[in-house]
Ligand binder design. Structure first.
Ligand code: SME
Length: 160
């Protein structure tokens, strides 16, 4: 099978609808968590502009551990409640951070990062991990991104 990353077209909500459809096609018939996380990170990293890190952290029952990603090497373990990722995991609410320097406790993995969004991955009340995107552009993410990326996260959660 070969899978290309076609250009997204239309307005931004339409682009996210396409991205979600591409995500569904990419994981169809596969239940392996690492395989699906790896391919989704690659798809999103290449499909959306102005990103320097896209990936997953998985909850091991104690803390978050880095999973498949695209970007520079990252912090391996993050305690619940720490940084943007740990805050998303702990609160189970998406964290939209327009300026990472203004976020108390932000963990700087890549010094280029200026803004960040982290979507918690929760299935049947159980914390699975987080889906994290970083951008070198301040204020890169808005409510349209949040809505779209939460939909991509649901595609991932439905696979296993
Ligand atoms: N900035 C994150 C850490 C993970 S990296 O961005 C990949 C945080 O504050 O939790």
């Amino acid at each position: 099978m070969s899978f290309t990353v076609p250009d997204l077209t239309g307005d931004r909500p339409a682009q996210y609808r396409e991205l979600v459809a591409q995500s569904e096609a990419l994981v169809a018939g596969e239940t392996d968590r690492v395989a699906n996380a790896a391919n989704l990170a690659a798809l999103v990293f290449h499909a959306l502009p102005d990103l320097n890190w896209v990936g997953f952290y998985f909850y091991d029952g104690r803390e978050l551990v880095v999973g498949p990603f695209q970007g520079k090497p990252a912090c391996i373990r993050i305690a619940l409640g720490k940084g943007v990722c740990g805050t998303a995991a702990d609160s189970r609410k998406t964290q939209l951070v327009p300026d990472v320097h203004a976020f108390d406790g932000h963990i700087a993995c890549d010094g280029d990062t200026r803004s960040e969004i982290v979507v918690p991955l929760v299935r049947d009340g159980e914390l699975i991990g987080v889906f994290d995107l970083d951008s070198p552009r301040p204020d890169r993410f808005d409510a349209i991104d949040q809505y779209g990326l939460e939909a991509v996260a649901r595609v991932f959660l439905a696979t296993h």
